[in-house]
Design a protein around this ligand. Structure first.
Ligand code: NAD
Length: 453
């Protein structure tokens, strides 16, 4: 498999991929390794994972460089991601022992106890946009709980996936407990066909739905963390319109808009609309686009070349239906998958840009008259990942957020994830939860003991 740099389309490395045979061999070896890993005391397993966290922080500059080379993520954002993902380790250190230890539910002639056993060997089929964050949500938690992990990095973040393997092994995770499976969806398909004890997927709705259907007959846990079309509504009572615009723009354009919880559509109330648009456009025009290895760059290339066509298609469709381009709207000449950050106004829900996931540096901003109109538009989606409202008035914001079918609701913030609360999508955004105590328990199965005598 050839790995290209999306900033200039040059070949970074050619790498051998897994085959049907190598997948089968690795899975067999993980089955043996998992039994021994389960027998390692929980505190010891946790200690090994914490050691892994230290190794990563020691190598942060090198790891960020690799992530930037293969995904085009601006280097400062790569550093931020790797540093930030460490909060998953802090979370595990704080809570894993509590939530994974046996619980005595009743004392008496019959003692009733719950013990938490690992699922076994699980597949973690993952995405490239935040490989540390979304990978850690699954494989670190699964390992601490005593599972073995088949980690399938995205073909767009393979080198990072191999680094996870190298550093986990170095920290003390046995090589028959964690293995990277290298290749495209074809290698993912081999994992679907393998006899595994759980499937944990992060990626697009189409692939997620396909995976859930393919493995349904196995009756093993399946969790899906999928896409979104996350709305933000800015009410006319925000105390500082300019600041609201700056925050909204960051929510839309951080990591080039390639975040599952990026703001994907914005509704702004009449009274502040003009002021908001001019502040928003000024902010976006000020973003530095360029070489992702430069510390000053905020907008790098789009990671997958196919996405460029999708975004240009959304722009064309929006213009056809009457949208206006306030800035951007085209890809740059020359090498690399660069799209100039694009702001569209006079948009509506007949346009693809307001309905289908963009996953790139583009945003549509629609004017609304009332909270009710905003609510109707916000809920007009098949996705249900996050929704945000900016307002001074929590009650007014909650009146909208409480009625939306989303896994995460933000008041005066957006595009953020915390390990202390569950990360979960509804409708086409997913199934199940990672993070929080629920995410710790996602990788175990309870066994009830009734003990008499
Ligand atoms: P994708 O669905 O194209 O690929 C995801 C993974 O699935 C890759 O590793 C790929 O190789 C594998 N795959 C593809 N076909 C397969 C098959 N037939 N069988 C098994 N595996 C297969 O998604 P992507 O482009 O990597 O990621 C972008 C999407 O992920 C966006 O929609 C984004 O919103 C979503 N995402 C969601 C979250 C979340 O937490 N909800 C986080 C990050 C990304």
């Amino acid at each position: 498999m050839k790995i290209f740099n999306p900033a200039n389309n040059t070949l970074i490395q050619e790498i051998e991929t897994d085959t049907k045979e190598s997948v089968a061999q690795k899975v067999e070896s993980l089955k043996v390794g998992q039994k021994a890993w389960q027998a390692v005391p929980l505190a010891e397993r946790l200690g090994i994972i914490l050691k892994y966290g230290e190794l990563v922080q020691d190598k942060i500059e090198d790891l960020a460089h690799i992530l930037t080379l293969e995904t085009g993520k601006p280097i400062q954002q790569s550093i931020n991601e790797i540093r930030g993902a460490n909060n998953r380790l802090v979370h595990l250190e704080k809570h894993a022992i509590k939530w994974l230890s046996p619980e005595v539910m009743t004392e008496g002639p019959t003692r009733e106890v719950v013990e938490y056993e690992p699922l076994g060997v699980i597949a973690n089929i993952s995405a490239w946009n935040f490989p540390y964050n979304v990978g850690y949500n699954v494989f670190l938690y699964a390992l601490v709980a005593g599972n073995a992990v088949c980690y399938k990095p995205s073909e767009f973040s393979t080198l990072t996936g191999l680094k996870f393997q190298e550093l986990l092994w170095k920290a003390g995770v046995p090589s028959d407990v964690f293995a990277a499976f290298i290749g495209t969806g074809e290698v993912g398909q081999y994992l679907l066909e393998s006899d595994l004890d759980g499937y944990f997927f992060t990626g697009s709705y189409e692939t997620g739905k396909y995976i859930a259907t393919q493995v349904a007959h196995k009756l093993v846990p399946v969790q899906l963390e999928l896409g979104g079309k996350d709305p933000l509504y800015v009410m006319d009572d925000v105390p500082d319109v300019k600041q609201a615009a700056i925050n909204a723009a960051e929510g839309a354009f951080y990591n080039n808009g390639q975040s599952c919880c990026a703001v994907e559509r914005i509704y702004v109330q009449d009274g502040i609309y003009d002021e908001f648009i001019s502040a928003f456009v000024e902010e976006v025009k000020g973003y530095t686009m360029g070489d992702p290895l430069s510390k000053d760059t905020f907008i790098g290339p789009v990671t997958r070349s196919q996405q460029v066509d999708l975004i240009l298609g959304q722009i064309k469709d929006a213009l056809f239906h009457g949208a206006e381009i306030r800035t951007g709207g085209f890809r740059t000449e020359g090498e690399g998958n660069y799209i100039v950050p694009t702001v569209l106004t006079s948009v509506n829900h007949d346009m693809r840009v307001m309905k289908e996931e963009s996953f790139g540096p583009i945003i549509g901003i629609q004017r609304v008259k009332s909270d009710q109109e905003a609510f109707e538009l916000m809920k007009d989606t098949d996705y249900g990942l996050t929704a945000a409202v900016f307002s001074q008035d929590q009650d007014r914001a909650r009146a909208i957020l409480d009625r939306l079918s989303v896994g995460t609701a933000y008041w005066n913030c957006c595009d953020r994830v915390s390990p202390e609360v569950p990360w979960t999508g509804r409708k086409n955004s997913g199934l199940g939860a990672t993070l929080s105590y629920q995410g710790i328990r996602a990788f175990v199965q309870p066994k009830a003991y009734h003990l008499r005598g």
